[in-house]
Write a protein that binds this ligand. Structure first.
Ligand code: PLP
Length: 393
């Protein structure tokens, strides 16, 4: 018999993944070209060619025992140093290798951070709508998830509700910018206000409240919008970064945590993260990928391809009368459902459109459309979206 605690994880197994499987089944029935699958955030853009070259160069030039062996649980020192220096030149920070912990993607990084910080019953705040996996990650360590309701229709952060939700048990706050699922980018002004609330509450309760910046979409911002770097606004910030989306490497499982010197109880937090990486069973982030990404830190994905998808879909859908949040980052469009979100998703399926209900992101009444897909598929899907809109006229 499986563990009682595991039963609820299995029952609540990812809606997004289920939809993805359903898409494959539908494609077998009606032909792949007639299915418009917008369910999963799997990058459609190829990894930059520098990544392949760096992998090959690593295999050819570095000693096999070095490439494939164990290393410090936080990762190769030289990889961490290169990443630290690259961040310093981008954000005018002062990190060194000791501030970087290489992780198994952002998911690995978030689990390492939460394992390092949470005692059972500690509260973690997230702003709806958010990546539903946060609930599971927090439950992994018997934390309690506290949800700040969505700020409709801007989908920025509702900081008054946030302030009211902070208690002496609040240990961490997760902010994901640019945001999955809304595509919204939180502005510098919003982040400054968020930091002020956190500073005030730390003082009021005499506690340390860690801000966890979940940043797999940092490089995906459009129209010249800038994404604030959170450690610059709030000292007690841990950043979780990932190459899954920025270099289109989600299956390779590579990312890192930044734990700045200014973080409360820095020495212990950095040691805890190192040990957590090991005892969660990751041991260390994949060695070949650590070395490869460190050799192409300036490589960038083809943001223009996602931008073209974003424009096409946003213009078409708003033209058909759908209400969408202003998409400035990531590769998701957040659309108001024309009825209950589950019913709306079911109706869309009749036209072979697959998308994810907002309930999966703690925000019913909306749907998420992932536009990290083939541009031609979006073009083919538009008549289906138009028919869907007509059902509600
Ligand atoms: N955080 C957010 C907001 C995400 O959307 C995802 C993946 O889709 C992750 C974390 C996990 O990313 P990774 O593949 O780096 O583990």
């Amino acid at each position: 018999m499986i563990a009682k605690k595991m039963v609820k994880f299995v029952e609540g197994s990812s809606v997004t993944r289920a939809m993805f499987e359903e898409g494959k089944k539908m494609a077998a029935e009606v032909g792949a070209e007639n299915v418009y699958d917008f369910s999963l955030g799997n990058p459609s853009v190829e990894p930059p060619k520098q990544v392949k070259e760096a992998i090959i160069r690593t295999l050819e030039e570095d000693a096999p025992n070095f490439v494939h062996g164990y290393m410090n649980n936080s990762g190769y020192e030289e990889v961490r140093e290169r990443i630290a220096q690259s961040l310093n030149s981008r954000f005018d920070t002062h990190f060194s290798q000791k501030n970087i912990v290489m992780t198994v993607g952002a998911a690995g990084g978030l689990n390492v951070a939460l394992k390092s910080l949470l005692d059972p019953g500690d509260e973690v705040i997230a702003f709806a709508p958010y990546f539903g996996e946060y609930n599971n990650y927090v439950a992994n360590f018997d934390g309690v998830m506290v949800v700040v309701p969505a700020d409709v229709p801007s989908f920025q952060l509702d900081l008054d509700s946030f302030a009211a939700k902070i208690t002496p048990k609040t240990k961490a706050v997760i902010v994901n910018n640019p945001n999955n699922p809304t595509g919204v980018v939180y502005s510098e002004e919003t982040i400054k206000k968020l930091a002020a609330v956190l500073e005030e509450k730390q003082k009021e309760f005499g506690t340390a409240i860690y801000l966890i910046a979940d940043e797999p979409y940092r490089e995906l911002a459009y129209d010249g919008v800038s994404v604030p770097y959170l450690p610059k606004y709030y000292a007690n910030t841990i950043v979780g970064y990932s190459y899954s989306k920025s270099l289109s490497l989600p299956g390779e499982r590579i990312g890192y945590l930044v734990i700045p010197d200014e973080v409360d109880d820095f020495e212990n937090v950095i040691c805890a993260a190192n040990v957590a990486n090991r005892i969660l069973g990751f041991v260390n982030a994949p060695s070949l990928l650590q070395l490869a990404v460190s050799k192409c830190l300036d490589a960038t994905t083809d943001v223009a391809a996602y931008d073209a998808n974003r424009r096409l879909l946003y213009d078409a859908l708003t033209g058909y009368g759908f209400e969408c949040a202003k998409p400035e980052g990531a590769f998701y469009l957040w659309v108001k459902a024309k009825e209950d979100d589950a019913a709306f998703v079911a109706k869309a399926k009749e036209f072979h459109i697959l998308m994810v209900p907002g309930s999966a992101f703690m925000c019913p009444g909306y749907v998420r459309i992932a536009y990290c897909v083939d541009h031609e598929m979006i073009k083919r899907s538009l008549p289906a979206f138009e028919k869907l809109a007509k059902c509600y006229e």
